[in-house]
Design a protein. Structure first.
Length: 263
């Protein structure tokens, strides 16, 4: 169902009044985790001013260690809804399991399925039963084919509103957090009609290097990017080492716009 052979023209995913996968590039920006009202509202305002069209922020966080910050959960969802109301930005947040799917779906415009859940088939099926747009992230060690098959699980249940996201894969290289596989962008664009996003933050995991990978993602033909932005990255409760501050984000957005216009 997701193959270009079946449907040659690009699919457009409609999120509110935004068309994802069309001519315009979309940028989803915001903190790894929602931490406080002040943090999420100030970030929403800053990223909107810099040109982001959507806000991200994790409430249910799938952390590697059970002793790390797990997110504000329900309170985080409520704060995201406040930021959405305050700024008019549409929001995306991760749905970690089927138990919290209904609550998350009530508070978000896009359901994010995280890398660690790309092959959680019960979750994929449940998300496929909803009619909410989905941002499906590539698994940490998943092939392009496996990503497409995971998308197939969602679309087979009738939810055609799927955006794929390359977010870096695990390789032998350990200077960076992951290896952002930009090969996946033109390959996916050729293989499927679904929109393709890139997450340069998790992809490289090094704050100073994120803007270069934002530019590279757009140059490679991505339909958009999802990037972590925090008011005070060194003090973030998760992923501060890869989060841009407001001025870094604003500068990177200018560069991204210039590349998008040149294409
Ligand atoms: C995130 O977006 O904060 C996240 C946990 O991403 P991933 O699932 O790609 O690791
Ligand atoms: Mn993160």
């Amino acid at each position: 169902l997701v193959s270009r052979e079946v449907k040659p023209d690009d699919s457009i995913v409609r999120v509110g009044d935004l068309s994802i996968g069309g001519a315009a590039i979309h940028v989803i920006a915001g903190p790894c985790s929602v931490e406080s009202r002040e943090q999420i509202i100030s970030t929403a305002q800053a990223v909107k001013k810099a040109g982001a069209t959507m806000l991200r922020g994790g409430a249910f966080k799938p952390r590697t260690s059970p002793y790390e910050f797990q997110g504000l959960k329900g309170d985080g969802l409520a704060l995201l809804a406040e930021a959405r109301k305050e700024t008019g930005l549409l929001v995306t947040t991760e749905v970690k399991d089927t138990a919290t799917l209904a609550a998350v779906a009530d508070h978000t415009d896009i359901l994010q399925v995280g890398a660690r859940n790309m092959q959680n088939f019960s979750l994929l099926e449940a998300v496929g039963e909803t009619r909410k747009p989905v941002l499906l992230k590539r698994g940490i060690s998943a092939t392009i084919k496996e990503l497409l098959m995971a998308a197939e699980y969602i679309v087979a249940r009738g939810n055609t509103q799927v955006i794929l996201c390359e977010r870096g894969i695990r390789t032998f290289e350990n200077m960076t957090r992951n290896t952002l596989d930009l090969n996946a962008v033109p390959m996916l664009k050729a293989l499927t009609h679904l929109p393709v996003f890139v997450d340069p933050s998790h992809g490289i995991g090094v704050r100073k290097a994120v803007p270069a990978m934002m530019r590279a993602a757009i140059a490679a033909g991505a339909d958009g990017i999802i990037v972590e932005v925090h008011p005070d990255p060194p003090r973030a409760k998760s992923d501060g080492f890869q989060s841009l501050d407001f001025s870094e984000f604003e500068k990177a957005m200018g560069e991204v716009r210039a590349i998008a216009q040149a294409m």
